[in-house]
Structure formats: structure tokens, C-alpha cells
Ligand binder design. Structure first.
Ligand SMILES: [NH3+][C@H]1C[C@H](O)[C@@H](O)[C@@H]1CO
Length: 620
């Protein structure tokens, strides 16, 4: 195969071309959000049930129960953990939390632990509570003590630092609060709003787990789509509401997420903005637009309060604190400057409710465009189906398919009219080998080389068409291997490790080597086995050639470049058996390998079987 590369760029690479789609689907709580205690505030649980105590356990016979507290720590957190120490008890007694399927204990870290307590009835008791990190067998790695005072009948927050003496391999550990049973016999004490934080990414308070955030950051993503996806709002009653996710944690009620578990909303709108700021990304932010996954759409005369809520959400992010109260709220929380924001998505996958989207889009996009003429609004129905007014300038397309579909559709956007409409490939992934039931049996647990190079073939088409494709993100982004609702995902993790997939490396190879402008070249064969994309980074004056070979045999190629090049360049290759995956048992089975390569104005390259390669050298 001979590829001749054109010397003049057809278009610039859009600044947001590669980014990340985020929603709390096996990914936020217990994932990138660094809170280590599961069910830390008994949000959204039914008091006086065993279920309300999930992730908590009793130690040495202590009585523990989640109560509807007559004087709760806040109106947002109506439940408390009530500890009763039985008469005649002896030894160390109390309760523990198992974390999110484990707690990583690292002797290099200082942990911040805190909780609120009160005595429901005043008592003469005054004694020490020991706060500790210990193995499931009871080996104490770190502890600190606080004194609890029986006359404290209003909520009092205590906070300690914990510094483990060693780093056990196992994550089967507990956070514990214990008292001396003899001293505390007969006492009843209420607790609320626990928290245990490790160090966070860039030291941000209430921030992100360092290893997961670093893995995201190393993909050099340019945008972060939030908060969903389905998790934007499954039902009217439990939809994501920005204002319930900002301010002190003790004032956040949490909600039942759309993926079967309670969202603490500790990772809230401001934390999302800080995530974008700390990783140099721009948010693509969704607003709830009146459709619920249970099929209900609000009628057109009931939208105003939700358009107002969306307006307030946008003002919280970009408003002027001197004129808007929600912008002033942002300033009061520590960020007077507006965050960067260009794109706002109206709903999510509204092709499920396109009839009502005709009026929902009309009123949401119409009103929000008037309020924020500088923003660009993304529609989530199929392009031009139905016809919408005002005419959307952006659409968000989603596709989950087989690797073969992605190969066959590497030219998907080539046929799109260039009519001023731009496209966001907001979700895509090769998820199954079962062409007859993509979402059913045959789902991949982890991406494989076969699925990842299928995505790569498709991505060469996204680059060729990035004059109209302005952003693209694989979905879903993260997977807690101990508790997940969807497979495959880009990055898996457990309580102590992160497992970047073969698809993560494809995303990284394309994102890091995106270039600044697209150089047209010989067009690949439709539904063939070889795909490529050539870009130029005008600041580094490098040429970046991505080559995808989906065949089982290597492919000899010749590239004819438009300019002289430095002879010393590099080839970074991701390849392996088609069924190979990175997983907790094979964490680094497949990683990109970079090696020096000699280039010339016309050079040969043999693309390995089942491979994605980035060739790069400098124009001289
Ligand atoms: N069904 C997918 C489409 C929806 O937008 C996401 O929440 C789901 C997982 O990425």
C-alpha cells in the first residue's frame, strides 16, 4: 500500500477533539472521587434496617443502627448511626467501615478522618474513642484518639490525621471507631457524616484519587463530558440537580443514581469544574431537559422551572458574581473567576423521546441561547431527525457496536453534508463480538486488541472528518472491578490499582499525537484492513502518522511525504493477539512500545498484524 501525503492541510484539528465522557457508572463514588468510606453519611437509606448499614460492621458486640435522628446533623442528612454499648461489655468495642470493596493503606500517606458525634441524652461519660485503620484480622496500622464528652448533646465534628506505620499488600482493611467497653458500658452515642480521605490529585480538598486521576490526565484529554449519560436523570424525582451537589458535604442529600447505587454527590458540580481545571480540560456540561429514562417527558407548559434550574447551573459555572447569585455562590465557595465553558448539552440520548424533544429543545435551547449567546448547545436526537427549531449546530452521536462495525464505518462522517453542523462523537466503544445482539451475550469484559484496533480504524475517520467532528470520547470511562454496571470500560480499577485497557492506550496514542492540522493523504480502502491518518503539529513541526492494521498478517507500506524530514524519528506500536486484554490478572499484557525509526521523504513501514502505530518525525 502506497500512501501519498498532501503538503497543505485541509483543516485544523479542533481543540477539543479528544476527551473523556464521565458519569457516575461504576466510576465516581468508590472510584475517582477519593472518599474511602462507603455509605459515609447514610444518605437515601431506610433507617432501622440492616440494609441501611451497608459497608458498616459492628465490633465486639456493639449495637449499631441507622436512625432517623430527631435532631439530624443537617436537613440534607436526616440519618445517624446510633452506637449502644451493652452493660457488662469488655475490651475494645465499636464499629468499622470496609470502604469501597477495600481500603488501601499506604505508609507514605497522611489520611484525614472525621465524623460528627453527639450524645442523644446528656451523660457524665468522658472517654477516648480510638480511630484506626486496621486489617480485617485486627492488625492496627494507624490510630489516633479523640475524647467524646457525654455533655455534648449537639453535633460536634472531630477530625484526626492517620499515618500508617506500613503499607500492607492487602486492601482487606477497615476504618474503625472503638471505645473501651468497660468505660463506656451503657452509653448511647450518635454519629454522622464520616469521612476518610487519602492525599488527593494536586492536593485538592474533597478531591480525586491520585492514581486514577493521573491515568486520566496522562491521556491529555481536552474535554470532560459530565454528569451523564443516563446518570443525568433516570427519573424526575431522582434526576441530577446541580444545586444539590454544591456547598458543604453535610448539606448534600445524595441521590439514587441511575446505575443501581446511591450517589453521595460528594463529587459535585464544583468538584467537576476543579477536575477540569486541574487536568486542563474544558467541560462539556449537560443540563437535565425534562425527559426521564422511565419514559416520562414533561409537558411543554411545565418546563420553566427546569429551564431556570439549567440557567442557574450555567451561571454557577460562568456567571458574573457581581450580578448573579449563583455565580456569587461559586465565588463564595472559592472560585470567583468563571470556568471555561463553550458547549452545553441539552439532555442525553433524547432519541428515546424525540417527539417531546421537539418542544423541549425549542424551549431549552431557545431560552438558554438567549441567556447565553456565547455558548453552543448540543442536541441529543439523531441528526435532523426530527427537524428541530432552532436548528442545532451540534449533535451528540453515540454508538456501541462490534469491532467489525467500527472498521466498516471508518468513513461514517465522510458522507455528512458540510452545512455548518458539527458532531460530537460523545460515546463510542466496541463492546461485543456478537453482531446479532451487541448489548446481550458476548459482551466484552475488558477491551481487547481486536476491539481497540476496530475503534482505532474508526478514529482515523474521526480525524479525517474533524472539520465537522469537533469532539470524541470513548464511553464509559471507568470501571470498579468489584462493582460494575457496564462492560467494557476504558480504565478498570480496584481499591489499590488502576488497569488501563488496550482501548485506553489507543485513546492516549490518538490524543497525545493529535497534531494541530490534518494533512490529506491517499484515502484508505473502504472496509479494508489498513487505515491511517496524517496530521502535522505546526508548533513542533512534526508529522504524525497513525496506522491501523486490523488484519492477521503484517502489511508493507510506503509513505511519500510532501517535505524533507529528519531521519531520526519514532514508532510507537500497540499490538498483540486479538483476544488479549489488560485486566487485574494481566494488568500490563499489552502496552505501547516506542522505538527509534529511520525516516526519509519516502519511507517504508510494515504495519504489524493487529496493530495501531504512531510514526512521528520532524519536517525539516
Ligand atoms: N447506554 C449508554 C448511553 C448512555 O448515555 C450512557 O449512560 C450509557 C453508558 O455509557
Amino acid at each position: 500500500t502506497v500512501v501519498t501525503v498532501n503538503g497543505s492541510a485541509s483543516h485544523i484539528t479542533p481543540r477539543l477533539l479528544y476527551g473523556q465522557m464521565f458519569e457516575d457508572i461504576n466510576s465516581g463514588d468508590g472510584g475517582i472521587y477519593a472518599e474511602m468510606l462507603q455509605n459515609r453519611a447514610f444518605q437515601q437509606v431506610t433507617p432501622n434496617t440492616t440494609a441501611a448499614l451497608y459497608a458498616w460492621n459492628t465490633i465486639n458486640g456493639a449495637g449499631i443502627n441507622v436512625i432517623a435522628d430527631p435532631s439530624p446533623v443537617s436537613s440534607a442528612l436526616p440519618n445517624s448511626l446510633q452506637l449502644t454499648i451493652p452493660e457488662g461489655a469488655s475490651g475494645s468495642i465499636g464499629f468499622g467501615n470496609e470502604g469501597y470493596y477495600g481500603i488501601q493503606i499506604n505508609s507514605g500517606w497522611t489520611y484525614n478522618a472525621s465524623f460528627y458525634y453527639k450524645f442523644p441524652v446528656t451523660s457524665s461519660f468522658e472517654g477516648a474513642a480510638t480511630i484506626a485503620l486496621q486489617s480485617a484480622e485486627g492488625q492496627v496500622y494507624a490510630s489516633a484518639s479523640v475524647s467524646l464528652i457525654g455533655s455534648q448533646t449537639t453535633w460536634n465534628k472531630v477530625a484526626v490525621h492517620l499515618k500508617p506505620t506500613l503499607s500492607p499488600m492487602s486492601t482487606a482493611n477497615n476504618f474503625t471507631v472503638t471505645l473501651n467497653a468497660a468505660e463506656a458500658a451503657g452509653e448511647t452515642i450518635d454519629f454522622a457524616m464520616f469521612s476518610l480521605f487519602p492525599p488527593t490529585f494536586k492536593g485538592r480538598a474533597n478531591g480525586l484519587r491520585i492514581d486514577i486521576a493521573t491515568t486520566l490526565y496522562e491521556m491529555k484529554p481536552s474535554f470532560f463530558r459530565l454528569p451523564g449519560g443516563n446518570n443525568l436523570g433516570g427519573t424526575w424525582a431522582t434526576r441530577w440537580q446541580w444545586n444539590a451537589t454544591v456547598g458543604p458535604l453535610v448539606d448534600r442529600p445524595g441521590r439514587m443514581g441511575d446505575w443501581g447505587y446511591i450517589n453521595t454527590d460528594g463529587l459535585g458540580l464544583l468538584e467537576y469544574m476543579y477536575l477540569c481545571e486541574d487536568m486542563e480540560m474544558e467541560p462539556i456540561m449537560a443540563v437535565w431537559a425534562g425527559y426521564s429514562l422511565d419514559g416520562e417527558s414533561l409537558p411543554d407548559d411545565a418546563l420553566d422551572p427546569y429551564i431556570q434550574q439549567a440557567t442557574d447551573q450555567i451561571n454557577f459555572v460562568i456567571g458574573d458574581p457581581t450580578v448573579n447569585e449563583y455565580a456569587a455562590l461559586r465565588a463564595s465557595l472559592g472560585h470567583p473567576e468563571p470556568f471555561p465553558l463553550t458547549y452545553v448539552e441539552i439532555g442525553n440520548e433524547d432519541f428515546f423521546a424525540s417527539d417531546s424533544y421537539i418542544y423541549r429543545w425549542k424551549y431549552f435551547a431557545g431560552n438558554l441561547t438567549a441567556a447565553f449567546p456565547q455558548l453552543r448547545f448540543i442536541a441529543t436526537t439523531y441528526p435532523f431527525d426530527p427537524i428541530l427549531d432552532p436548528v442545532p449546530l451540534q449533535y451528540d452521536n453515540h454508538v456501541y457496536q462490534t469491532p467489525g462495525w467500527f472498521i466498516e464505518n471508518a468513513f461514517y462522517y465522510d458522507s455528512f453534508e458540510r452545512n455548518g453542523t458539527y458532531y460530537f462523537q460523545g460515546e463510542y466503544a466496541a463492546i461485543s463480538l456478537n453482531v446479532s445482539d451487541v448489548f446481550g451475550d458476548g459482551r466484552l469484559m475488558y477491551p481487547t486488541i481486536e476491539s481497540s484496533i476496530g475503534e482505532a480504524a474508526y478514529m482515523t475517520g474521526l480525524e479525517r472528518n474533524s472539520d465537522i467532528v469537533f469532539a470524541a470520547s470513548y464511553a464509559p470511562l471507568l470501571m470498579n472491578v468489584a462493582n460494575y454496571q457496564w462492560t467494557p470500560n476504558l480504565i478498570a480499577f480496584d481499591a489499590s490499582e488502576v488497569y488501563p485497557s488496550t482501548s485506553y492506550y489507543v485513546q492516549q496514542l490518538f490524543s497525545v499525537n493529535r497534531g494541530t492540522e490534518y494533512l490529506p493523504s491517499t484515502v484508505p480502502t473502504y472496509n479494508g484492513t489498513l487505515y491511517w491518518s496524517v496530521t502535522h503539529d505546526s508548533s513542533a513541526s512534526t508529522v504524525l502518522i497513525k496506522v491501523v492494521n486490523v488484519d492477521s498478517t503484517s502489511a508493507p507500506m510506503t509513505f511519500n511525504l510532501p517535505f524533507e524530514v529528519a531521519s531520526a524519528g519514532f514508532a510507537t506500536v500497540l499490538t498483540g493477539p486479538p483476544t488479549a486484554s489488560n485486566s487485574p490478572t494481566t494488568p500490563n499484557a499489552i502496552v505501547p512500545i516506542t522505538s527509534p525509526m529511520t525516516f526519509s521523504k519516502s519511507f517504508n513501514f510494515t504495519a504489524p498484524a493487529y496493530s495501531v502505530t504512531v510514526l512521528t518525525t520532524q519536517f525539516v
